[in-house]
Design a protein around this ligand. Structure first.
Ligand SMILES: Nc1ncnc2c1ncn2[C@@H]1O[C@H](COP(=O)(O)OP(=O)(O)O)[C@@H](O)[C@H]1O
Ligand SMILES: [Mg+2]
Length: 292
């Protein structure tokens, strides 16, 4: 199974939200990582065929998706970032409604809804109105509607936003299982959301795809670039202005810094890189470490 995008581009006025993006996706969990505004949602909407591109195309099994869109949609599940759906519907009504929109048969979807309500721990909420749900529950309903048609392509835009740690873990496990048979593309700006489950990671910045590789290969690029330095406050302050400092720990008057650097840090010890280091290495200019 292949979902491929070629030279996909979207402009809003002068903003190039997605800039000649190329990707070939297969079964598995693909994490789409990038800071806010990097173009993740825009790219996902084009992949779903709900936002026209300015140029470039999306192909599913070598067929341009808009050519046979009805067939494509049957294989697609999408959870948008903004879940503005039907405030006065109950959870059950909403899922039934979405099933009808998706053209599913009643015998099929009534069973499926039961299964999803159970899996997503929403059984007790079936009669609750959408407008009265907490952020985490709303997200789970968003995931449930995306799964109604057992999609082969699942596009989840920031599914973990607003979830508590327990909900995050259970969603992560579910996504991981779904990736065994489907193409699951999942966007986030939180590295830990995808660190353990992504088979591949796309790093997007200012509309461009910087990297698309396995977490292992991405980490290899960071080898020898991460250092730990133990120093006094004055030295720490100097490093904070001169280097990419991804973490600071203070113990009495001693500071332990985690630094990502292309140059050798003379008084530092080389340590193993994590995906957080890679992320901050690329988004250092957009992420501010809190003052210490
Ligand atoms: N409908 C729109 N009209 C104008 N600009 C938009 C629209 N949607 C997104 N943008 C702009 O495109 C860029 C990418 O946005 P988006 O795809 O939402 O990024 P992300 O999902 O990574 O946060 C941003 O600069 C955003 O302001
Ligand atoms: Mg977004």
């Amino acid at each position: 199974m292949e979902l491929r995008i070629e030279e996909l581009t979207k402009q809003f006025g002068k903003t190039v939200a997605v800039d000649h993006a190329n990707l070939s996706l297969h079964e598995g969990v693909i994490g789409l990582l990038g800071s806010n505004g990097s173009g993740k949602s825009t790219m996902m909407k084009m992949i779903c065929g709900i936002l026209p591109s300015n140029s470039g195309n999306v192909f599913y099994e070598n067929e341009e998706i808009l050519k046979n869109y009805d067939n494509y949609v049957m294989n697609l599940g999408y959870m948008p970032q903004q879940l503005g759906f039907y405030p006065n519907f109950t959870v059950q009504e909403f899922l039934e409604y979405m099933s009808v929109v998706k053209g599913l048969k009643k015998e099929f979807y009534m069973k499926k809804i039961e299964e999803l309500l159970m899996k997503l721990n929403l059984e007790e909420k079936r009669k609750a109105k959408i407008k009265n749900l907490s952020g985490g529950m709303l997200r789970r309903v968003g995931v449930a509607q995306a799964l109604l048609n057992e999609p082969k392509i699942l596009i989840l835009d920031e599914p973990t936003a607003g979830l508590d740690p327990k909900e995050r873990i259970s969603l992560r496990n579910m996504i991981s299982r779904l990736g065994e048979e489907s193409i699951v593309l999942l966007s986030t700006h939180i590295v830990s959301d995808i660190e353990s489950i992504a088979d591949k990671i796309v790093i997007m910045k200012k509309g461009k795809i910087l990297y698309y590789d396995t977490p292992e290969n991405l980490l290899k690029m960071m080898e020898g670039k991460v250092y730990e330095v133990v120093c006094d406050r004055k030295t720490a302050e100097r490093y904070m202005t001169e280097q990419i400092v991804v973490n600071v720990k203070k113990h009495h008057d001693q500071y332990t810094l985690r630094i990502v650097s292309d140059e050798v840090i003379e008084d530092g010890t080389s340590i193993e890189a994590g995906l957080d280091d890679l992320y901050l290495y690329h988004f250092n200019d957009e992420v501010k470490l809190e003052d210490f």
